[in-house]
Design a protein around this ligand. Structure first.
Ligand code: 5IU
Length: 262
């Protein structure tokens, strides 16, 4: 796959979605392929963490349904931080219902995800209608979707023909699907896509609940992924998030540089 030797910014031509192009350009500008998963439960803790690590990331990944004091003020502050530190917001919602229902879940309710999250994602278990439903809401707003082609957790059923069909739907909806959550780049696709990989850790191999960690070098150099997603490796107990964010940013960027010259 020749695109593995392209710079992120050079790959913008291969993706039609404007958000995807902007993300690739930003990664090159900030020299960051690091996304941080901020799985904390208090608004103030999340915002304080993002204020510290924002300069080092291209994407902040949220799970807003774990925030105890979620409100529209959180959304406003998060949006302000994304403009101040220049990162994109990815709500890891993992939609998993029929098209009509996910349209409502994406646009409405308490969270109104489509109104603030640049990127979200979905399972493909319900069939292609889930992509169609989310696209009706997200595309006019300039949003992008990631399909869960694989998961990092042990025993995941997203493999084989499930993964293959997921790739077909991404090709078919490449105006809205900007890429995949997966542990590796998928070769021989017609369009280019951004691959984002969770389950990244430099110090530990797992969490005792099925999570499996690999290093930035392994996923970016050996497996061709584009963005590393790191959670507890950065904000976990006893860690200095600024030190760790810089460490993972460097590990991810060094791996990308190594890939370019391979
Ligand atoms: N996440 C995974 N694996 C996946 C998908 C999402 O770990 O396959 I899709 C999420 C869960 C968590 C973050 O929000 O990515 C990883 O956090 P840790 O680095 O703390 O394990």
């Amino acid at each position: 796959d020749a695109r593995l030797n392209y710079q992120y910014s050079q790959r913008a031509d291969g993706l039609s979605n404007p958000l995807a192009k902007a993300l690739l350009a930003l990664m090159e500008q900030k020299q960051s392929n690091l996304s941080v998963a901020v799985d904390l439960t208090k608004k103030a803790d999340i915002l304080a963490l993002i204020e510290k690590i924002g300069p080092f990331v291209c994407v902040i990944k949220t799970h807003v349904d774990v925030i105890e004091d979620f409100d529209q003020d959180f959304v406003q502050q998060l949006t302000a931080l994304s403009e101040k530190h220049r990162f994109f917001i990815f709500e890891d919602r993992k939609f998993a219902d029929i098209g009509n229902t996910v349209k409502l879940q994406y646009s409405s309710g308490v969270y109104k995800i489509a109104s603030w999250a640049h990127i979200t994602n979905c399972h493909t278990v319900p069939g292609e209608g889930i992509v169609q439903g989310l696209k009706e809401v997200g595309l006019p707003l300039g949003r992008g979707l990631l399909l869960l082609a694989e998961m990092s957790s042990k025993g995941s059923l997203a493999t084989g023909s499930y993964t293959e069909t997921t790739l077909e739907w991404a090709e078919k909806h490449s105006d809205f699907c900007i890429g995949f959550i997966a542990g590796r780049r998928f070769p021989n696709l017609q369009h280019d896509f951004i691959t984002m990989s969770p389950g990244i850790g430099l110090d530990v191999k797992g969490d005792g609940m099925g999570q499996q960690y690999r290093t930035p070098h392994e996923v970016i150099v050996n497996c061709g992924s584009d963005i590393i997603i790191v959670g507890r490796g950065i904000y976990g107990a006893g860690r200095d998030p600024v030190v760790e964010a810089q460490r993972y940013k460097k590990a991810g960027w060094d791996a990308y540089q190594e890939r370019l010259t391979k």
